[in-house]
Design a protein around this ligand. Structure first.
Ligand code: HPA
Length: 275
């Protein structure tokens, strides 16, 4: 750990990325398990491995590549995080969300986050895409703990519209034009890495959650602190524990995201075009 302040680290990381990509990204994307393939749609991409960026952590989990990919999609300048960091890998939530602060420094105004999640709402089906309407932070960790740097955001950020209503409406409109519909619901974010027990899932359903996962919440908290508008999607990769009479596995999660990929790609492309 270097002795420089967080803001110096953000600026150093951003300066390095800016030099590498030679452009100012407008839209940031954080793509979860198996969904990084969107980066392949960038024309003339610039790839920046996380390991080359000052102060950037390096991703470890299977199915996550660990690189930034920058360039144009549908005429918009985008910066894609192919592979994200998770608290269950041993990173602090301030480390998990550090790239979002770097995106802000680079000029990103809109963040699209995606994840794979277990369906808690019994009306959902495996393979559904859910627009995240709100979240429950059940990590009991917060990336904003510590002295607040007013250059990054206010001390007590408002979270009453963490996931932009405007962008959620846009997502439904884009999906409707493509002749499919999206679920919309509350994402509960946990630390993991074990999947939940059936009793936990019943509790989360009672608390108002529709889908469960192990990511997204720290990044969205930091994005809102930074004033970035957020749109989030969960790919319902499996039904949560105890709903179906079968065990959960990472293999099922990867299989479903692989199957849903074409539809997901179409949707995100449509949204980028409409932004
Ligand atoms: N629980 C938690 N995280 C997940 C799940 C789940 O069922 N599926 C994919 N990520």
């Amino acid at each position: 750990m270097s002795t420089s302040t967080v803001i110096e680290q953000i600026r150093e990381a951003a300066a390095y990325i800016r030099k590498e990509i030679g452009a100012d990204p407008q839209i940031g994307l954080i793509l979860g398990s198996g969904l990084g393939v969107l980066a392949d749609l960038i024309e003339h991409p610039t790839v920046v491995p996380y390991s080359s960026i000052p102060h950037f952590p390096v991703s470890t989990v299977e199915g996550h590549a660990g690189e930034l990919v920058a360039g144009q999609i549908q005429g918009k300048q985008v910066l894609i995080m192919k592979g994200r960091f998770h608290a269950y890998e041993g990173y602090g939530v301030e480390t998990v969300s550090f790239p979002v602060r770097v995106m802000k420094e680079l000029g990103v105004a809109t963040l699209i986050v995606t994840n794979a999640a277990g369906g808690i709402n019994t009306s959902y089906n495996v393979g559904d895409l859910m627009v995240i309407s709100d979240h429950l932070n059940m990590t009991f960790r917060n990336p904003l703990i510590g002295p607040n740097d007013n250059a990054l955001g206010v001390r007590f950020p408002d979270m009453s519209e963490a996931y932009s209503r405007r962008l959620r409406t846009l997502a439904h409109d884009v999906a409707a034009k493509m002749d499919f519909s999206l679920q919309e619901g509350v994402y509960v974010g946990l630390l993991g890495p074990n999947y939940e027990t059936p009793a936990e899932i019943r509790m989360f359903r009672t608390l108002g959650a529709d889908a469960v996962g192990m990511s997204t919440v720290p990044e969205v908290i930091v994005a809102r602190h930074a004033g970035i508008e957020v749109l989030g999607f969960s790919c319902i990769s499996n039904m949560a524990a105890g709903i179906l009479d079968q065990p959960l596995s990472h293999a099922e999660v990867m299989e479903t995201t692989e199957r849903v990929k074409p539809k997901f790609l179409k949707l995100v492309l449509g949204i980028i075009e409409a932004l």
